[in-house]
Ligand binder design. Structure first.
Ligand code: C5P
Length: 299
């Protein structure tokens, strides 16, 4: 007798913003030592994953990926193994010896190469789902090790709530943070993370302040203090090459934002909004109003 087990799931992969991003220095392996506060937001890709693993029945691993969504959003999203979704699935199978299949449909809503961690969130959601569907039974620590090999941002996005990431991004500590109202301003081009870090090296590498007061303001939900404290060490070096981002930041501040910070390696800007709804989105910017979210389950 065979027992039918559910082998399809639909999961949401949430984008993130970085409320501070501190670059401490370049390491001998070429990566940079970081400290960053990552907060998930209500903007997500959706993955439908149909998968099964059975060491008796399957001799190989078969992976497939289809990407759907607005043509403008999916234009640059690869469907081959350079997509982090397939890299995550392959890495999990290699780590556990799983044989079988995974057919994945990725519905993109998060812009790529925007600093919002879209691809990394997709990879994190894939690892969690396949760990279950393939019955790999990796514990959190083992899954985080696979995540790190897929990309520096992936371990922090396994957490699903606000977290401080350190090291290359792999040392993750969940933190408490009040929900914030944000405006995300996306700009119509992408930036390579590797380029942004290289520009930081070229420009002499400035390191921002101790984040303790910022973390304290984020936990208390003190918007005025938090808005003034947000920072990103990659911001100046990216804005020096893309002045349009600095102009957009200025317009968000003039429109009433309490503070504005670039997400990851950019170009998206996150504006911390005042509670009184006095912020009026500038007409010439592509702005989405949303909240940060505190962990929780997938909708
Ligand atoms: O780990 P991931 O592949 O996402 O990183 C992309 C690139 O960003 C790396 O190749 C590296 O150039 C840069 N990076 C870095 N330090 C980090 C994370 C990323 O220099 N902590």
């Amino acid at each position: 007798m065979t027992v039918e087990v559910p082998n399809t799931v639909v999961v949401q992969a949430r984008a993130k913003v970085n409320l501070f991003l501190r670059v401490l220095g370049r390491r001998s392996d070429g990566y940079h030592e970081l400290e960053t506060l990552i907060a998930p937001v209500e903007l997500s890709d959706q993955l439908e994953i149909h998968a099964r693993s059975d060491q008796e029945q399957f001799r190989t691993l078969a992976l497939s990926l289809e990407v759907t969504g607005d043509p403008e959003l999916i234009g640059d999203v690869p469907v081959d193994e350079s997509n982090l979704v397939l890299r995550a699935a392959r890495s999990l199978a290699e780590a556990t010896g799983a044989r079988g299949f995974a057919d994945i449909t990725l519905r993109k809503r998060v812009p790529s190469a925007a600093g919002l961690g879209g691809g990394s969130a997709d990879a994190a959601a894939t690892l969690v789902a396949l760990n279950d569907l393939w019955a790999c039974r990796l514990d959190d620590e083992a899954l985080a090790r696979v995540a790190q090999a897929v990309g520096s941002d992936v371990p922090a996005l396994l957490v699903r709530g606000a977290a401080v990431a350190r090291g290359r991004g792999e040392r993750v500590e969940p933190v408490r943070m009040a929900s914030l109202n944000l405006a995300l301003a996306t700009l119509p081009f992408g930036i390579s993370t590797a380029d942004a870090f290289q520009w930081w090296d070229e420009d002499g590498g400035r390191t921002g302040p101790d984040p303790e007061p910022l973390l304290d303001a984020a936990e208390r939900g003190d918007l005025e203090a938090l808005g003034k404290l947000v920072y990103n060490d990659l911001e100046d070096v990216v804005m020096a090459r893309h002045p349009v981002i600095g102009e957009a930041r200025q317009r968000l501040l003039e429109a009433g934002a309490v503070g504005v910070v670039m997400c990851g390696s950019g170009p998206t800007l996150a504006a911390v909004l005042p509670p009184d709804e006095s912020f009026k989105p500038p007409k010439d910017l592509d702005v989405t109003l949303l909240h940060t979210v505190e962990g929780g389950t997938d909708e």
